[in-house]
Design a protein around this ligand. Structure first.
Ligand SMILES: Nc1ncnc2c1ncn2[C@@H]1O[C@H](COP(=O)(O)OP(=O)(O)OP(=O)(O)O)[C@@H](O)[C@H]1O
Ligand code: SF4
Ligand SMILES: [Mg+2]
Length: 377
């Protein structure tokens, strides 16, 4: 047992590299996609850690590695003080019960041939929980009640529900084994905007009632801000900034976070009118061949020769709980360094200017033909 003050989850130097294979006759490894490349983070019990970043920066891979759905290449995942990689057999099963996942697409994660009763009782039976048949039936009704669905819906199948109701079933399934940690990967991004807030509220209510700890992954900064105690921003497999939610949104220090924040519309029309957009030059570089030095240097308006190109910045604490990985964070914060225009950055790097954030993600979804709906507030 660990002390109550210890974080429930501690991730240390986590790396997940996927081999890139080529060749018809000989299966050769020609490189690696560095999906997660040295991430440290900790999540305190009963709190929510929000993870944001552009598509492809490694958020889902990090979540899957914590659950050991993918095998890490290096580093450690300590859950309640235990190294997850060291577990086998019954110990791994028990640990798995304590960590559950809420998926973006509940229709894809729920077996269409099972009715809700069967979907919710299956985990209890598999783990020998809930007592006999009567006990399991009672527990299933409790779960329906907890997620705000009528027991009359137990005989229905996933396709008979709306997206929001399906996500409630996904959440009921995830909490059925009374886990300590829930990893929610884009839990509301497939839902209508009008339903998103209801599902976020349900997650918050369940956290309060059940003392759950959350890792919430989302590209929507508004969702993460609302629900998180601490927010981490990922870029190309690494954390570039981490801070208490309010602090990160009020005073983002890393140039990438600043660009992401500047793309979020503000409800106040006067502030919105004056809002300055930070446009970034170029696209997200390939995680198979990340830039040297600071990985953001190919797009950063504040890049300084030659330190940014050569030296990897460490994630360091600038204020209590506020971590930033930028060589020049203080100078940027104090206005000592002026940013270059995106056109200047683009000219130096020989690339084109583009926006980042939610609109860019939507734009990418349209041109790349992403097969999932993307909604934002
Ligand atoms: N099983 C896999 N094999 C090879 N490459 C993978 C695999 N899973 C993910 N990747 C690659 O790893 C990188 C990170 O992917 P990941 O899905 O973790 O990103 P993400 O931040 O969750 O993106 P999104 O916001 O689009 O969900 C991407 O370049 C992706 O193509
Ligand atoms: S280290 Fe340099 S390139 Fe990286 S974010 Fe800071 S200023 Fe930009
Ligand atoms: Mg993802």
């Amino acid at each position: 047992m660990t002390a109550a003050g210890e974080p429930l989850l501690r991730v240390e130097g986590l790396r997940v590299h996927f081999p890139i294979r080529r060749g018809v006759f000989f299966d050769r490894t020609v490189g690696h996609v560095r999906a997660v490349d040295g991430v440290d983070l900790a999540i305190d019990r009963g709190t929510t850690y929000g993870l944001v970043g552009e598509s492809g920066c490694g958020k889902s891979t990090l979540g899957r590695a914590v659950l050991r759905l993918v095998e890490p290449t290096g580093g450690q995942v300590l859950f309640d003080g235990t190294d997850v990689a060291s577990l086998k057999g019954e110990a791994l099963r028990t640990m798995r019960r304590r960590m559950q996942m809420v998926f973006q697409d509940p229709l894809g994660s729920l077996d269409p041939r099972q009715d809700v009763e069967s979907l919710l009782s299956e985990p209890l039976r598999a783990h020998g929980l809930g007592g006999g048949t009567a006990g399991i039936a009672g527990r299933v009704r409790e779960l329906m009640d907890a997620v705000g669905l009528p027991s009359a819906a137990l005989r229905r199948y996933p396709h008979e529900f709306s997206g929001g109701q399906r996500q409630r079933i996904g959440i009921a399934r995830a909490i059925s084994l009374e886990p300590d940690l829930l990893i929610a990967d884009e839990p509301v991004s497939a839902l209508d905007v009008s339903v998103q807030a209801q599902v976020v509220n349900l997650l918050e209510e369940l956290q309060r009632r059940l003392g759950l700890t959350y890792l919430v992954i989302a590209h929507d900064l508004a969702v993460v801000r609302h629900i998180s105690d601490v927010v981490g921003v990922m870029y190309l497999g690494s954390l570039v900034e981490q801070a208490p939610s309010g602090v990160l949104y009020d005073e983002p220090l890393h140039p990438y976070t600043r660009a992401l924040m500047s793309a979020v519309p503000v409800p106040d029309p006067v502030v919105e009118e004056r809002r300055e957009r930070i446009l970034l030059a170029g696209d997200l570089p390939s995680p198979a061949n990340p830039p040297s030095g600071c990985r953001f240097h190919t797009r950063c308006p504040w890049r300084q020769e030659t330190r940014c190109d050569d030296e990897v910045p460490v994630l360091r604490e600038l204020a209590p709980g506020h971590l930033v990985s930028c060589h020049w964070a203080e100078e940027i914060r104090d206005g000592v360094l002026a940013p270059k225009s995106p056109e200047e950055v683009a000219a130096i790097q020989g690339v084109t200017v583009r926006a980042t954030g939610a609109e860019a993600i939507e734009s990418d979804a349209l041109v790349q033909g992403l097969d999932e709906p993307i909604e934002r507030r």
